[in-house]
Design a protein around this ligand. Structure first.
Ligand code: GAP
Length: 498
């Protein structure tokens, strides 16, 4: 992760927000290459999920909506995380990410250990327990350390569990619910009636506009509404770079189906569609797994949820949630707004409130997944034939921020420069391409490899003096071949837009 974060900063993909003021936890800015990557991912999703499908409509709703929407959806009362404070260090933890266990020697509890969730948590806890036993000079067998998360702690344990910050017991509070929605005030009044929220998901904007879209008469069941947009959550522990941030972007679809439809088959179809899409933007199929939520852990209104998990640098984590939410949201809005959410289905001649399947994907998490999959270090010969390590990003040409780099072999030969500039201007009309004339050609290739530019195009003397062909270099294999300008454009079209 550190290497990816370093590369992102060095090459202008992603910066910590407000960095000149020391940064702002949970917020990130996207630099020149980051914004290209981000836009390409969003455009690919929109094209594949909305424009290339007959029954998905697009939407762009506001970030701040009527506060009653969040009462109806259950977010005002229920959208919170359990948190625990350390009174001494003033640090705050998510209670379900703070693990603890009693240290029991020969049947007697001689202390407690605590650890913040991480892949090595069991090892860390066992080592801490062995230290406690040694310091207490206790004889006998140390019983196995069974970690539980802090939401399962009992009141009599609050004063016994050590704070992970200080290592001492007595400073942790009881778990408390912490509201995740950011509040703001709308209008000139500063009283309670002015309270509004920054949306924590784009989905409710879709439900709130469902009736408008049904009334346009363009849709019939089954159909979906898609939206890309910012969401905000006051996460207690934003971490792992852009994986969990406080301002992020979602790409969500609400897919409305008949209550009598075979929802299990449709759910499966959406899961497969989502996996295929992730593979189409360059994620290896082997790095995506499915986490099926157990029935007893589902929200009362949910019939099934499958998360697509990705092997991030910090472990296997949720990338895309695909939930069957029944008719809960539309029924809630029907009740709270007093507006009917029924639709007449021509095919069955029935009137009903549809059920919904919701594929919900984070843009920023997709960017982190794509960076993780693309980040590679290999070894290739330099200009003098000496093998050296190189860092490259193996982005799919579809989403690569820069599609191709155009190089005149030498910068002091006007005929090469003129020809390279002409090709650059021509390609620039269609794609984001880059022109670079400075430095040895090998160094120029390396600079582009590091930002994931899939193709290098070099104009040399053969281009001018012989047949007009250019050298086309492949980023991943470093293989070079000569192609005509027509062949080049056809090849780029297939690779980038195909
Ligand atoms: N409408 C359903 C919904 O919002 P979610 O599981 O809370 O469900 C959906 O969020 C997706 O949004 C997640 O799978 C993840 O990709 C992204 N996401 C959620 N919280 C995030 C955060 N704090 N930072 C970055 N991405 C986040």
């Amino acid at each position: 992760m550190e290497e990816i974060v370093g590369l992102c900063k060095r090459r202008g993909f992603i910066f910590p927000s407000s960095e000149i003021y020391g940064g702002y936890n949970g917020f990130y800015d996207y630099g020149p290459l980051g914004v290209e990557l981000r836009n390409n991912i969003k455009q690919a999703w929109w094209r594949d999920m909305v424009q290339r499908r007959d029954n998905i409509e697009g939407l762009d709703s506001t970030i701040i909506m009527h506060p009653d929407i969040w009462k109806a959806s259950g977010h005002v009362d229920g959208f919170s995380d359990p948190m625990v404070d350390c009174r001494e260090s003033k640090l705050r933890y998510r209670a379900d990410q703070l693990f603890f266990a009693p240290v029991i020697v020969a049947g007697e509890t001689i202390g407690y250990v605590s650890v913040v969730e991480c892949p090595e948590q069991q090892e860390i806890a066992e080592k801490a327990a062995a230290d406690i036993k040694r310091k207490a000079a206790k004889q006998g067998t140390l019983e196995p350390i069974v970690l539980k998360d802090y939401t399962e702690s009992k009141p009599e344990e609050y004063d016994l569990v050590p704070s992970p910050a200080t290592g001492k017991p007595g400073s942790l509070t009881a778990p408390r619910e912490f509201k995740l929605m950011f509040e703001t005030k709308v209008g000139p009044l500063a009283d309670e009636s002015a309270v509004a929220y920054l949306r924590p998901e784009t989905a409710q904007g879709i439900f709130a506009n469902y009736k408008n879209i049904v009334d346009t008469g363009r849709v019939k069941i089954p159909f979906g509404i898609a939206q890309i947009g910012k969401a905000f959550r006051n996460e207690i522990t934003p971490r792992n770079f852009i994986f969990r941030s406080r301002e992020f972007e979602q790409m969500e679809i609400e897919y409305f189906i008949s209550p009598s439809a075979d929802w299990k088959t449709l759910h499966r179809e959406w899961i497969d569609t989502c996996i295929d899409w992730l593979v189409s933007i360059g994620l290896p199929r082997a790095s995506i797994t499915e986490d099926i939520h157990p029935e007893d852990k589902l929200a009362f209104y949910s019939r099934a949820t499958t998360d697509l998990m990705f092997q991030f640098p910090h472990g296997e984590q949720e990338l895309w949630g695909i939930a069957c939410r029944g008719d809960y949201d539309l029924k809630q809005h029907q009740e709270h707004s007093g507006k009917s959410m029924t639709i007449f289905d021509e095919a069955s001649k029935e009137k009903f409130v549809p059920h919904v399947i919701e594929p919900s994907l984070g843009v920023d998490r997709t960017i982190l997944a794509v960076l993780t999959a693309a980040y590679t270090i290999d070894e290739v010969p330099n200009d003098k034939g000496k093998v050296e390590p190189r860092t490259l990003l193996k982005f799919s040409p579809k989403i690569a921020p820069v599609k191709a780099a155009i190089f005149p072999l030498l910068k002091n030969k006007p005929e090469l420069v003129e020809r390279a500039q002409a090709l650059y201007k021509k390609l620039q009309r269609r794609w984001n391409v880059f022109y670079d004339a400075s430095g040895a050609i090998g160094r120029r290739y390396r600079r582009q490899d590091e930002i994931g530019t899939p193709f290098g195009i070099t104009i040399d003397f053969d281009t001018i003096e012989k047949d007009g062909t250019v050298t086309l270099r492949d980023r991943d294999t470093c293989e070079q071949r000569r192609v005509t300008e027509d062949e080049l454009i056809q090849f780029l079209e297939e690779q980038i837009d195909g």
